[in-house]
Design a protein around this ligand. Structure first.
Ligand code: LMR
Length: 335
């Protein structure tokens, strides 16, 4: 009797162990899944970057890592994507730099109007020790910055022509969820309204807002030219991205996988930043070709007026951002 019981026990234990071993085996062969969610279309700098990342990862880490890209707010929109990253529902995002104010006040620097003369200056600042330090400044909040990706310089759009800052007075402008951008439009005596990216087209179409600011590629891919008769080539600010991941997830990856992913990210970053300008130029040309809207070029005097009208915003955020950081960013205008 005892002999039978022992035999049965040994049998049960070995079946149990086999089950555990099998589970471990399949766990070790299941690919790591990286869900990459974003809010823009595929034919934009970020959209292309996400797809390029997926392609390279699946070529170089086949069976080990699988990347699922969710564009156009199809998985999470602006309001929810950061929370989703923090609870592990997605592993990678590339929010616009305007969307970090709850996590790191100094990142607000990228929203200051007329701080960077052009995208090359933005690039130099991002590559500087001060710019690099912002990537790791949110690790205590479980957010690791992996790279900066360019979109490009922002332009204004409205249902009325904007040539002088006073033309914006009283108009309602959609802004990203950023206090700096809200203040930027208040400085013009316009009415800013924070709205998620997915709501922009409808907001403009129905008159909830009368105008907005964005890059040519975001305008064209969202068909904003169908609902905005005027664009102003203002280059008054920048829309760029921080490619981010969940710190715990990233540190928990096998070393060889993390190293390969970092190499791929470096390659994709170079490619995205090289092609962003072309995508914006093509998008601007496509808007012109559509013939639905007028693109206003500012004279140097007019552009100077916009700068003077918006610049007081800097003082309001100097304490939160840091005067030294602003100086470092200004210095990046000189090659
Ligand atoms: C916006 O919300 O206007 C953009 O920043 C969206 C994006 O990610 O480019």
């Amino acid at each position: 009797m005892l002999k039978h019981t022992i035999k049965a026990l040994v049998c049960a234990v070995s079946i149990g162990l086999a089950g555990v071993a099998q589970a471990a085996e399949s766990a070790s062969t299941d690919p790591i899944v990286i869900k990459f969610s974003h809010v823009v279309a595929d034919n934009t700098p970020k959209g292309q970057g996400a797809l390029m990342f997926k392609k390279l990862v699946e070529e170089r880490l086949p069976g080990k890592v699988k990347v699922e890209v969710y564009p156009n707010s199809s998985l999470f929109g602006d309001g929810k994507e950061m929370e989703a990253l923090l609870i592990g529902d997605v592993q990678m995002l590339a929010p616009s730099l305007a969307k970090f104010e709850h996590y790191a006040k100094p990142v607000q620097i990228f929203d200051l109007p007329f701080l960077f003369d052009n995208i090359e200056a933005v690039d130099r600042f991002q590559a500087s020790p001060e710019g690099r330090a912002l990537l790791t400044s949110m690790e205590d909040k479980n957010i690791t910055g992996l790279a900066y990706w360019h979109n490009g310089m922002k332009q204004l759009s409205a249902n009325e022509p904007l040539r002088e800052p006073s033309d914006a007075r009283g108009l309602k402008f959609r802004v990203q969820a950023s206090n700096v951008l809200e203040e930027q439009f208040k400085a013009l005596r316009a009415n800013p309204r924070k709205m998620s990216f997915a709501e922009v087209y409808q907001g403009l179409q129905t008159g909830v807002v009368n105008g907005t600011e964005n890059t040519w590629s975001n305008y064209y891919s969202q068909k904003v030219h169908e609902v905005q008769p005027y664009f102003t080539h203002s280059d008054h600010g920048v829309i760029d991205y921080m490619l981010i991941t969940n710190t715990e997830f990233w540190k928990g990856l096998p070393d060889d996988v993390r190293t390969e992913l970092e190499k791929i990210i470096d390659e994709v970053t170079v490619a995205v930043n090289k092609q962003a300008d072309d995508l914006n130029r093509e998008a601007r040309a496509a808007i012109e070709k559509a013939g639905t809207s007028e693109i206003i070029e500012l004279t140097p005097e007019q552009r100077q007026k916009w700068r003077e009208a918006m610049k007081p915003v800097w003082d309001k955020f100097e304490d939160e951002i840091g005067a030294d950081l602003i100086k470092a960013a200004e210095a990046s205008n000189t090659p």
